[in-house]
Design a protein around this ligand. Structure first.
Ligand code: SF4
Length: 206
């Protein structure tokens, strides 16, 4: 069924439409991220994308710490990532490890200065934790469940690219609703145990 194009920002209509209000709420949350990232980055004389790159490299394996992979993961162009990587290399926060089998390809790792900076800036999300801690556990479960489903659908519709979540993993078995099983860990997964960024994630080949 084709979706009727109606602006979610039309306040008259928005007041009576829960979907529109949720979409506007997402926009407000994305503003929170933008503001928090920006202020942490500015304080440390880097850009928000450079902040994201440092934190990403701190927690991901070398085969993912490549310009192309990060561009897909952040949903931005390779050129934008390349520019930020160049700056981080020149500031001494990153090391470049050239692939011996293909000299055009390289992985990135953190220098000791990069480690220090990543450990400092990664806490930019702290302000989001306090209100979440106050939220009732059952509400959090519903929120996580809904977000998991939404992110999966956005990925399936091609809006976002790389996701390392259970629903997009070859090792996942289940109905994406109530029954979840990880073939790798050979274990049932509760809804709360579903992962958003799993190191063992194996992308389903489409
Ligand atoms: S390997 Fe990780 S992402 Fe894949 S199903 Fe198991 S827990 Fe989920």
């Amino acid at each position: 069924m084709a979706l009727k194009k109606e602006s979610v920002f039309d306040t008259e209509k928005q007041h009576h439409n829960l979907d529109s209000k949720i979409i506007v709420a997402f926009e407000k949350i994305s503003e929170v991220y933008r503001v928090l990232q920006w202020s942490q980055a500015q304080e440390n004389k880097i850009s928000p994308i450079q902040l994201q790159i440092l934190v990403f490299i701190k927690y991901h394996t070398p085969e993912k710490c490549k310009v192309g992979y990060m561009a897909r993961d952040f949903n931005i162009t390779k050129a934008t990532i390349s520019d930020s990587v160049k700056t981080l290399l020149s500031k001494g926060y990153l090391n470049k490890v050239v692939d011996t089998s293909d000299t055009r390809s390289f992985t990135l790792s953190l220098t000791s200065e990069g480690e220090k900076l990543a450990s400092k800036v990664e806490h930019y999300t702290h302000e989001l934790k306090a209100p979440l801690l106050d939220l009732d556990a059952s509400k959090k479960e519903v929120l996580f469940d809904s977000l998991t489903e939404l992110i999966y659908k956005l990925q399936r519709n091609g809006i976002i690219d790389v996701q390392r979540m259970c629903f997009t993993c070859t090792n996942y078995e289940g109905d994406k609703n109530a029954a979840h099983y990880c073939k790798l860990m050979k274990t049932e997964l509760t809804k709360n145990a579903l992962r958003m960024d799993c190191p063992e994630h194996l992308e389903v080949v489409k």
